[in-house]
Write a protein that binds this ligand. Structure first.
Ligand SMILES: N[C@@H](Cc1ccccc1)C(=O)O
Length: 500
């Protein structure tokens, strides 16, 4: 409860009413009446008190009036500046002594017969004077109201100003109490969980005409969409073309087999991958390409011995929710290989992928991946490292390092780590490598063409940027709207409306 509300309620309790709130004091200081009316309005709405407005006027010294109190009135200043005796003082000297007030003070002092002309200029015409203006202004400052004529005269001379105030007369309302329960505005999750809502008192809705509520905020971009757009801009600036990412469902063929991922690989287990029940299979892949993929898996080729195991189309035709965006890359590279003449490409994609994970604060069964693919003649691991450096530089991650890793479809492979200032350690942010000939040659890409590629999750940088510590909040309905508003998106494009 506010100190003012407390004071109002206890005063009424002790005296039955408050005659004039102007008399209220906290620590000896008068209480701000603007705060008083705020409290009174809310207490009145709850019928705890009712009040009437007391309008009052009071006088205040102007800046000029305060100067008179401090230095004396101009005519007294002029009188005091003239030395005793008949000779008096020269006008320029007197002007210099009195300063600004001279012009006004000299006339008044002369009119009052306090000073007279002398040989030098002016001499005193009386022994002493009384500064009644100053005395009266002091009285006004201390709250006295003098005769109307005097007041209007000083007002005309701009020595005093009239001010208006409001204070209040307060009496008990029908529901008067000194122990006022806190009123809740909204029911919260915590109140529901604790059961507090059962006894809590809620503020009444105010349907009074002309009362407007808070305009609900809405229409903001999801943090993931913002980060996705930032990534997209970086790729576009680097001259990359976006791959179409419009299907979540693909066959195991494009998601695994085309990438030379062995059919016995644990990732192809239902524990890790979501397979479809109905339809469960699809054979939308070229037969001749399928034959070449089958061959490289089971028998090898292009300098590889393959996996020396049976390869079954029944595994390849299984439909699944794509487990990585590399399924899109394999499709696009195959299409590129079918063009009459090879042309270098730089592709990227940013989209959702799915894995059969137990969800917790850092894992979800669906998340977003960002992928880059560059195909050209004569690319080396140095190109991959250099491209990643410039890419992460643009992303605002200047410190990266690589660690040798293994992927069925890349050789060499490198995990990408970035230095995390907040955590004070290196964190894994992605994976990369050079696609293997066992993947590229069956597609029909020329022997001297190499493809470098990398992929990273979108959620982790988004969580860091927008202050989430639970990934489930990011993809659930509990959007941290304040964080979203603090980070307005720079650009919007039509494509962004597609998802989420
Ligand atoms: N597909 C890999 C990332 C990757 C992409 C391209 C090349 C190498 C690795 C993953 O899901 O982690």
């Amino acid at each position: 409860m506010s100190a003012i509300q407390d004071l109002i309620l206890t005063t009424i309790d002790a005296h039955g009413a408050i005659e004039d709130t102007a008399a209220l004091r906290i620590n000896g200081q008068p209480v701000d009446q603007l705060q008083v009316i705020g409290v009174l309005n809310s207490l009145t709405a709850r019928e705890v008190v009712s009040f009437t407005i007391l309008d009052a006027e009071y006088w205040l010294l102007s800046e000029e009036g305060n100067k008179v109190v401090e230095h004396g009135s101009p005519e007294v200043m002029v009188f005091n500046a003239i030395p005793e005796g008949e000779d008096g003082i020269s006008i320029p000297e007197l002007q210099k002594l009195v300063g600004e007030s001279y012009k006004f003070g000299q006339g008044a002092a002369f009119k009052n017969k306090w000073i007279k002309k002398s040989a030098a200029g002016f001499a005193r015409a009386t022994d002493s004077v009384v500064d009644s203006t100053r005395n009266e202004l002091i009285a006004i400052r201390d709250g006295k109201v003098l005769a109307e004529k005097i007041m209007t005269d000083y007002k005309k001379k701009k020595l005093i100003d009239k001010k208006k105030t409001s204070s209040y007369n307060v009496v008990k309302g029908p529901k008067f109490t000194t122990t006022l329960a806190k009123e809740e505005t909204d029911i919260s999750q915590e109140m529901i969980l604790s059961g507090e809502w059962k006894t809590a008192q809620f503020k009444k809705y105010n349907f009074a005409p002309g009362v407007t509520g808070v305009v609900p905020r809405g229409g903001y971009l999801h943090p993931l969409m913002k980060v996705r757009e930032e990534f997209r801009q970086i790729f576009l600036e680097l001259g990359f073309t976006e791959m179409p990412t419009n299907k979540f469902v693909d066959s195991s063929f494009w998601n695994f087999d085309a990438l030379f991922q062995p059919q016995q690989h644990p990732a192809r287990d239902a524990h890790d991958t979501f397979f479809l029940k109905d339809p469960a299979t699809d054979r939308k892949y070229p037969r001749d390409y399928l034959e070449r993929v089958k061959k490289v898996h089971s028998e090898g080729g292009y300098g590889s011995i393959g996996y020396v195991m049976d390869w079954k189309e029944e595994e390849a035709e299984k439909l699944l929710l794509r487990t990585h965006t590399t399924a899109i890359s394999s499709n696009m590279l195959y299409q590129l290989a079918q063009e009459k003449e090879f042309r270098p490409v730089k592709y990227f994609s940013i989209d959702r992928v799915f894995r059969n994970e137990t969800t917790d604060a850092t894992h979800l069964a669906e998340f977003h991946q960002l992928e880059g693919v560059v195909a050209d003649r004569g690319l080396t691991l140095g190109d991959l490292i250099g491209t990643l450096h410039s890419f992460f530089q643009k992303l605002g991650i200047p410190k990266i390092k690589f660690k040798p890793a293994f992927n069925p479809y890349t050789e060499p492979s490198m995990e990408i780590f970035s230095w995390h200032d907040g955590l004070g350690k290196w964190v894994e942010i992605g994976n990369s490598g050079m696609f293997r000939p066992e993947m590229l040659r069956p597609m029909g890409l020329p022997e001297d063409v190499s493809v470098i590629a990398w992929g990273l999750g979108v959620e982790r940088p988004t969580m860091i940027k927008y202050g989430y510590d639970d990934i489930r909040e990011l993809l659930g309905h509990k959007v941290n709207i304040d964080m979203v508003q603090k980070n307005p998106i720079c650009r919007l494009d039509k494509k962004m409306g597609r998802e989420l």
